[in-house]
Design a protein around this ligand. Structure first.
Ligand code: NAD
Length: 269
């Protein structure tokens, strides 16, 4: 795909990976619609981009954990920017730990990390299928193809996000719908530092840090841009993730043993 002249919507664009994606697509010539649940962070990103090119970045504040907010986001983005060529469902939450994770941890994780993707797709697809083109991308995680030591809700919901993206590609790929799924390991964002729940989620963050190199959001955004230009499904900014996936598929017992060792290194059990 070509970002020049395209309209790209990015959720979770108030910071971290989402704002870097918005900025990278904008640099490539796209008009961007930046969305997040609070206005202040996302408006600051849009102001910066509009300072570079007038009327090229719009803001739609939306809580993507609710179906009606996804519907409104798709509708308002189309109204403001004229169309949607790319929708990047990037907003995510890192909540919960082990079996003691609360019902809120589980429900919110499913709402934001999984249901938001299908709700957005539900309101995007009719127009895209009629036009015979549209690009849906989502941020899952390396946890979605491997596992998230330290957080059952994150591990399970990111697998579901990957499964949904694959299903979308299989079902609509021959009707002009392109799908990509971003699966990073550690990225230097608020989420890795414990987000708005410091201390609760930082165990999972410690595991991610112990697992390998932590990339900057701008490095991830460059890799995503190039992968989407090439229309690749899986986007692994950490190349070792593809190797771990092969070990998981071919030598599953060895992979499980290695993951137990990593857990012991981080948690001591
Ligand atoms: N940082 C990492 O190491 C890492 C690794 C793999 C995957 N990810 C994924 O990357 C994506 C972006 O996360 P990040 O690392 O940039 O962290 P982040 O915390 O900086 O960004 C997450 C964004 O999602 C938004 N968000 C959360 N709930 C929302 C809701 N209900 N409605 C609207 N917006 C909501 C937050 O406001 C925030 O701006 C997430 O899906 C995350 O799971 C992150």
């Amino acid at each position: 795909m070509n970002f020049a002249g395209a309209v790209a919507v990015v959720t979770g664009a108030g910071g971290g990976i989402g704002s870097a994606l918005g900025e990278r697509f904008h640099d490539a010539g796209a008009t961007v619609v930046l969305s997040d649940r609070s206005e202040s962070s996302v408006q600051a990103v849009a102001d910066r981009l509009n300072g570079r090119r007038a009327n090229s970045a719009y803001v739609v504040v939306a809580d993507v954990s609710l179906e009606e907010e996804n519907e409104r986001l798709v509708h308002e983005a189309r109204q403001r920017a004229g169309t949607i060529d790319v929708f990047f469902a990037n907003a995510g939450v890192g909540m919960g730990t082990d079996l003691s994770s609360s019902e809120v941890d589980w429900t919110t994780s499913f709402d934001v990390n999984v249901h938001a993707h299908r709700w957005a797709a539900k309101y995007l697809l009719p127009e895209w299928l009629a036009a015979g083109r549209g690009y849906f991308a989502s941020t899952a995680s390396a946890a979605g193809v491997l596992a998230q030591i330290g957080s059952a809700p994150y591990s399970v919901t990111k697998h579901a996000a990957v499964a949904f993206a694959e299903w979308l590609s299989i079902t609509y790929g021959s009707r002009g719908i392109t799908v990509s799924c971003l699966c990073p390991q550690g990225v230097n964002t608020a989420m890795l530092r414990g987000g708005d729940r410091p201390g609760i989620d930082s165990n999972a963050g410690n595991v991610v840090r112990a697992a390998g190199v932590v990339l900057e959001p701008s490095e991830v955004a460059d890799i995503v841009h190039d992968a989407m230009v090439a229309e690749r499904f899986f986007i692994y900014p950490h190349s070792e993730v593809a190797d771990y996936v092969k070990v998981k598929a071919n030598e599953h017992e060895r992979w499980l043993g290695g993951m137990r060792k990593l857990q012991k290194r981080v948690f001591g059990i």
